[in-house]
Design a protein around this ligand. Structure first.
Ligand code: C5P
Length: 401
């Protein structure tokens, strides 16, 4: 996973610096190329000799060393790298980074870095909790710097504990691996347009009343977010939901099935459509212009007409996306009903799930799905809706080739 990845590690001056030696070792083991800059105070905690022996590379520290600047200056150091990892990121180093201070080779390199930066804060818990540090950390987060930790536990100072410990070396290594994996994933659907429908539709009875269903939009929104993380341009067409908008997608908000239909066709062309919305199958045949009055002892009759089947229309349309994925929320005969839908709706895949009340799927965070296609059925284990979304996006990317 880390083979050939160039990682620049900035070691700050904190007691946890010795733990970073283990991080260097583990990153090297996984094939990463590791270069290290020690801050001036970092040198008080680990020696350039130890670090150099572990990284197998010359260790840098002094901004004003003429041989170093000729050899490989701070600009070059921070340029030829895929990731900058700052560990331990002390309160002082975080404060300097947050303010763009370049007072030594380490901070000058951080300021010149074009690569993403991940910092691993480590300091006494009171220093971490201090409003100044919190302000600086929030500034760095806003600047796009990522964080690993700090973790909670005992401090170097006897009798002190709290949030401020350096994350464990293996946790740091795992996060670095996850960072690169995320980068790989971001290429999966690059250049593709993915259309996702999500949430319920609501169908008015009169200006104040409507009928709807229990869809939370969690699964559809998770799919839209996963597609965006995979690098796709995503149009999410959503009925009314109370969950936050996913990052990096453009949202079209609709209420009724007919509005959703219009929005779907307006968003074409698309490479992929995932129809996760729980579209109301029927709508009241008439919508009263005024609020229906409560007449004594005489409840108004409600009659319904069928809504357009958006998925079936898209599945048989001339502008049909290359891949069309439908959902089948069933309470009985989940697989048999889903298999029928595959053909009827012109879909490539039907994601079938059991939404009977005791499944906890509606509104819940987990989902147990069966994936039906012409190739057959595969049943996935019970997963979080985010994991279902990740897997589905991986499957879609594989199918698109
Ligand atoms: O027929 P049923 O409603 O069970 O089919 C579910 C699938 O069809 C879902 O993918 C849903 O988004 C889609 N659908 C639709 N338009 C409808 C009804 C369902 O797109 N009117």
């Amino acid at each position: 996973m880390l083979a050939g990845k160039r990682i620049l590690i900035v070691i700050g001056g904190g007691i946890a610096a010795y733990k970073v030696l283990e991080v260097i070792r583990r990153l090297k083991e996984r094939g990463a190329e590791v270069r290290v800059i020690l801050t001036r105070s970092g040198k008080e905690f680990v020696t350039p000799m130890t670090v150099g022996a572990l990284s197998g590379q010359k260790v840098f520290s002094d901004l004003f060393d003429p041989t170093e600047e000729q050899d490989i200056g701070h600009i070059v150091l921070s340029r030829d790298t895929d990731l900058v990892l700052v560990a331990p990121a002390t309160a002082n180093l975080i404060a300097r980074m947050a303010n763009g201070i370049a007072d030594e080779l380490a901070t000058a390199s951080l300021l010149a870095a074009a690569a993403p930066i991940i910092i691993c804060p480590a300091m006494n818990q009171r220093m971490w909790a201090h409003p100044a540090t919190q302000r600086n950390a929030a500034q760095l987060a806003a600047d796009g710097v990522r964080f690993i930790g700090p973790a909670e536990g005992r401090m170097a100072e006897r009798g002190e504990a709290g949030v401020g410990r350096l994350s464990e070396p293996m946790e740091i290594v795992a996060s670095v691996e996850a960072f690169f994996a995320e980068g790989e994933r971001a290429k999966l659907l690059a250049g593709r347009h993915v259309l996702v429908t999500s949430g319920p539709t609501i169908e008015p009875i009169d200006p104040v009343r409507f009928i709807t269903n229990r869809s939370s939009g969690k699964q559809g929104h998770a799919i839209a977010a996963a597609a965006a993380r995979a690098g796709a341009r995503v149009t999410l067409i959503s009925g009314p939901v109370s969950i936050p908008d996913p990052l990096g997608v453009s949202i079209v908000r609709v209420e009724t099935a007919r509005e959703m239909l219009d929005a779907v066709f307006a968003a074409l062309p698309a490479d992929v459509a995932v129809m996760a919305a729980a579209v109301s199958d029927w709508r009241p045949s008439e919508v009263a212009a005024e609020k229906i009055k409560k007449a004594a002892g005489d409840p108004p009759p409600l009659s319904f007409v069928e809504n357009p089947d958006i998925l079936a229309m898209l599945g048989h349309d001339r502008q049909r996306p290359k891949l069309v994925v439908g959902f089948a929320a069933e309470t009985t005969d989940v697989e048999a009903n889903a298999a029928r839908k595959l053909a009827a709706k012109g879909a490539d895949y039907i994601v079938a799930n059991d939404v009977s009340p005791d499944s906890g799927v509606f509104g819940g965070d987990r989902n147990n799905v069966h994936i039906l296609s012409a190739a057959g059925v595969s049943t996935w284990p019970t997963l979080s809706k985010d994991e279902v979304a990740e897997r589905l996006i991986a499957l879609i990317a594989e199918q698109l080739g």
